[in-house]
Design a protein around this ligand. Structure first.
Ligand code: SF4
Ligand code: SF4
Length: 203
């Protein structure tokens, strides 16, 4: 369990860096998320690693909510990420209920670099942002030679390097949270007496 807590601290440290790196690029290019939009969270197929859900799973364990949330996940309907709070009937407006614990992909998504099949670096911008600020999207594409976007794959890789067993495989987000909770609860059951919670500071 202590190893899991150390790992969680390392994940949060990478999260801080990813939030800063991707957030800075998005702000500089005028490609930040649209206020109140949560369209991409209204989707249960967002893929993350179990490692990415570890800090939140440990937090739930520390506040005594791990079993309750695991039970909720067992009966989740699968319409969206269970951490998403809808603010409109169609689910396109809303917010993350666990913003400080959100996984890596949620810190990078929106506007990020990726490589095409031919290995050329290009820019991926979500459809909502593209539609809202098409000129800024076009400018960012034109500037890609001099102002390179941070690469999504690099962010993924930095996280996976912390622990390949938990960080390599991607699962739908609700499944990944359930797996992280299962791991925390199992390890907790076998480590009675050697687990002193060390608060992990969320960004
Ligand atoms: S964790 Fe939060 S930001 Fe990420 S998909 Fe779920 S609701 Fe959205
Ligand atoms: S990435 Fe796009 S779809 Fe997702 S919350 Fe931001 S603006 Fe909305």
């Amino acid at each position: 369990m202590l190893r899991l807590r150390e790992l969680s601290g390392q994940v949060m440290a990478v999260y801080d860096e990813l939030s800063e790196q991707f957030g800075s690029y998005q702000r500089e290019q005028g490609l930040s998320c649209i206020q109140g939009c949560g369209a991409c969270c209204n989707n249960p197929d967002i893929e993350v690693s179990v490692l990415e859900m570890l800090p939140y799973a440990l937090h739930l364990f520390d506040i005594g909510q791990a079993e309750t949330v695991l039970d909720t996940l067992d009966v989740a309907t699968g319409f969206s990420c269970i951490m998403y709070q809808r603010a409109s009937l169609d689910g396109k407006q809303g917010q993350c209920s666990v913003y400080q614990w959100r996984p890596g992909i949620c810190r990078m998504f929106g506007a990020a670099g990726y490589k095409t099949k031919t290995g050329t670096a290009t820019l991926s911008v979500c459809g909502v942002i593209k539609a809202q600020v098409p000129a800024k999207y076009a400018n960012a594409l034109i500037a890609i030679g001099s102002t390179k976007p941070p690469m999504l794959a690099d962010g993924r890789s930095r996280l996976a390097q912390l622990d390949y067993l938990l960080g390599e495989k991607l699962l739908p987000i609700n499944e990944a949270l359930a797996a992280a909770l299962g791991r925390v609860l199992t390890l907790a059951a076998y480590s009675v007496g050697d687990d002193t919670p060390t608060p992990v500071v969320a960004a």
